[in-house]
Design a protein around this ligand. Structure first.
Ligand code: HEC
Ligand code: HEC
Length: 144
């Protein structure tokens, strides 16, 4: 008898859980969206272009990219960022030379070529969109 009532209670609980999960709206960071309706179209935003670049939040922050990079390609054959940011080209293109640290290998030795560790620029550098953050940002650089 005891086992029977436990089984019934478990069944009622399971039905209640399923009903509440599928009956209502799903609320996510992007807002509420009823399951039976089409998903809301996301807002299209443009990559920001900023003359003079973005201010860094701390001294050694990889600076944000102040231009679009949609057409750039970084792969085994080519790195089109270097068309403008290499030591040879940056003056002509009025761009910024890649950081001195980008020429230093893991063992501390320097070379004229960008080091492999810095080849995939967008690992560290990111373009920016002018949008409201989804969550509050409480990052504090501690004055560095
Ligand atoms: C056609 C030339 C060109 C190409 C290609 C290019 N950039 Fe730039 N980039 C510039 C110029 C010019 C600036 C300076 C903009 C300014 O300060 O007004 C700049 C600025 C930057 C900065 C900011 C530097 C700072 O100190 O604030 C970063 C980071 C950067 N680019 C990264 C990249 C990356 C990564 C790629 C490839 C995905 C790339 N760029 C491709 C021309 C280029
Ligand atoms: C592993 C992370 C990392 C990668 C990969 C990387 N960078 Fe950087 N970059 C940084 C950091 C950190 C700084 C700021 C400190 C410095 O100058 O070294 C920086 C600085 C820069 C600057 C500004 C230099 C100055 O004197 O103001 C430019 C331009 C730049 N990077 C371009 C590039 C390009 C182009 C690539 C790809 C070929 C690249 N970076 C790859 C981390 C990275």
């Amino acid at each position: 008898m005891k086992y029977l009532s436990l089984t019934i209670m478990a069944a009622v609980f399971a039905v209640a859980t399923v009903t509440s999960a599928y009956g209502g709206e799903v609320v996510s960071l992007r807002g509420a969206n009823e399951l039976a309706k089409d998903a809301k179209m996301f807002e299209k935003t443009r990559i920001m272009s900023q003359q003079g670049g973005f201010k860094r939040s701390w001294k050694l922050q990889p600076p944000s990219i102040p231009h679009t990079i949609a057409k750039e390609r970084i792969n085994l054959e080519e790195n089109t960022c270097m068309r403008c940011h290499s030591a040879e080209k940056f003056k002509e293109e009025k761009a910024v030379k890649i950081g001195d640290s980008h020429f230093i290998a893991a063992d501390g030795s320097k070379s004229d070529k960008v080091n492999g560790r810095r080849y995939f620029c967008v690992q560290c550098h990111a373009p920016q969109n002018n949008i409201e953050p989804l969550v509050e940002n409480i990052f504090n650089s501690g004055g560095n």
